[in-house]
Design a protein around this ligand. Structure first.
Ligand SMILES: C[S@@+](CC[C@H](N)C(=O)[O-])C[C@H]1O[C@@H](n2cnc3c(N)ncnc32)[C@H](O)[C@@H]1O
Length: 438
């Protein structure tokens, strides 16, 4: 009988466990159970080519749902589940008993000590935990022992490494998508890429909440390196995975012919980093040192939405008040026309030309250099630039260092500038494609 969210009734103890966790506990232990349909559709893909009576391990089993689903499909499988949380293990015991299955369930840290292969398939949805949410000693221990944990990457990177070590064969893991492109995950990408990756399958947006992109990583022979989507109706392959400039784009990453790169022509610099919006940004009457400003969310393609805020631009006061401030020079902002780009807009770049001498805040980039700002605005908003950028750097934060690598077109930019002045998106797309010669 189906329970809530269309899940089988035997998962009820799991749902009770999930609801008993506070928001803090869930954040510190990465406790986000996998929707049942994701478990089922993933198993359709990953339970292939296993030996008879396989040993299946979920090293972060939560309420044991992956094991239960496997056990119902392969009755003679040996099921092993580990979890750090004793209450998760208790829930898993009830879930598996409710499903009429037996499993070896152990309360333990899956990342402790060394690991040797113990299972024919290691699967599950390992915890996503930001390093700052881990106890200090744990963090230091993990970061010292796992090569893939570099910089600010999430704990799930160590789990992928450990799952590979624990398996004699395939690995199937539901993960966030940040590791495909972010610099902190380069070591993880290299580790995974050295395996026979059978496929990476994006899950629908919203599967684990609106803001998190997730995917199923499947490591198995023959290592076809396929990519695509996994939906409620099954797999939708879209192509072959390729490592491109060190990242793993899940869409085709088009090349743009060019001479040099955007960074040779100009620099994109962040807006004013004042150190405290509370002290320097206000919406009262304009004071003597107040300058018009804007935030990244107000920067749309071709226009900046009006606001009633002022930036109290007092660089010396800013510099004396905080260690992490960068007021920059007035000459960067106080010009008749300049390009402003939203700093957090995902794979869709949003640029506008500012004609109001705004001093944008640090959620924006501002151009500095000799190029015609209208041509630049058109290029950044154009379809070719967005396809090039979005495929290589598919994440929320736009980075200047990444955009500086955009190939610079050899063709004439007058048409691009003209179409940009008219906010003519189709015209810009065509003119930019012509300028790049594609
Ligand atoms: C994202 S949940 C997934 C649970 C379950 N596999 C599922 O897909 O529904 C991650 C689980 O990892 C457990 N966990 C966190 N740190 C762990 C560790 N170091 N070792 C083992 N389990 C851990 C959490 O308690 C949580 O149950």
């Amino acid at each position: 009988m189906a329970g809530s969210k269309g899940e089988p009734a035997f998962l009820a103890p799991g749902q009770a466990w999930e609801h008993s966790r506070s928001a803090v506990q869930r954040k510190e232990q990465g406790q986000w159970p996998t929707p049942w349909w994701v478990v089922e559709r993933s198993l359709d893909v990953v339970l292939k080519g296993l030996p008879d009576a396989p040993v299946i391990l979920d090293p972060a089993c939560g309420d044991g749902r992956w094991l239960a689903a496997v056990g119902l499909r392969i009755p003679n499988a040996k099921l092993i589940g580990w979890d750090l949380d004793p209450q998760a293990i208790a829930a898993a015991q009830s879930v598996l008993a409710g499903a009429g299955l037996k499993a070896e369930l152990v309360c333990r840290d899956a990342l402790a000590g060394q690991a040797a292969p113990v299972a024919d398939l290691v699967l599950g949805n390992p915890p996503y935990i930001r390093p700052q949410n881990l106890p200090r000693e744990k963090r230091e221990d993990y970061w010292a022992r796992f090569d893939v944990l570099t910089d600010k990457c999430d704990l799930y990177a160590a789990f992928v490494d450990r799952m590979i070590q624990l398996s004699r064969g395939p690995v199937a893991a539901v993960l966030g998508d940040t590791w495909l492109s972010m610099a902190s995950y380069q070591a993880l990408r290299d580790r995974v890429w050295a395996q026979p990756v059978e496929g990476i399958w994006m899950l629908p947006t919203g599967t684990f909440g609106a803001r998190i992109g997730t995917l199923l990583l499947h490591i198995a022979q023959p290592g076809s390196r396929a990519r695509g989507r996994l939906t409620r109706t099954g797999l939708e392959p879209t192509g072959t995975l390729k490592m491109c400039d060190g990242v793993l784009p899940l869409v085709d990453a088009p090349e743009l012919p060019g001479v040099g790169v955007l960074g040779d022509q100009l620099r994109l610099r962040m807006g004013v980093v004042c150190g405290s919006y509370k002290d320097f940004v206000h919406s009262g009457p304009r004071g003597p040192s107040d300058e018009p400003t804007c935030r990244g969310k107000e920067v749309q393609r071709w226009r900046i939405e009006p606001n009633d805020e002022w930036l109290r631009y007092e660089p010396r006061v800013m510099l004396s008040a905080r260690p992490y401030v960068a007021p920059k020079t007035r000459a960067l902002f106080d010009v008749p026309e300049k390009l402003v780009l939203a700093g957090a807009s995902g794979t869709l770049l949003r640029a506008a030309v500012d004609t109001q001498r705004r001093f944008p805040l640090d959620s924006c980039y501002v151009s500095q250099g000799a190029q015609d700002v209208w041509a630049l605005c058109g290029l950044l908003n154009s379809a070719p630039a967005n396809a090039w950028y979005g495929a290589r750097f598919p994440k929320a934060r736009v980075k200047a260092v990444e955009l500086h690598q955009l190939p610079w077109p050899t063709g004439d930019l007058k048409q691009v500038a003209e179409a940009a002045r008219a906010a003519d998106q189709a015209g810009v797309d065509a003119a930019a494609a012509a300028a790049w010669g594609i």
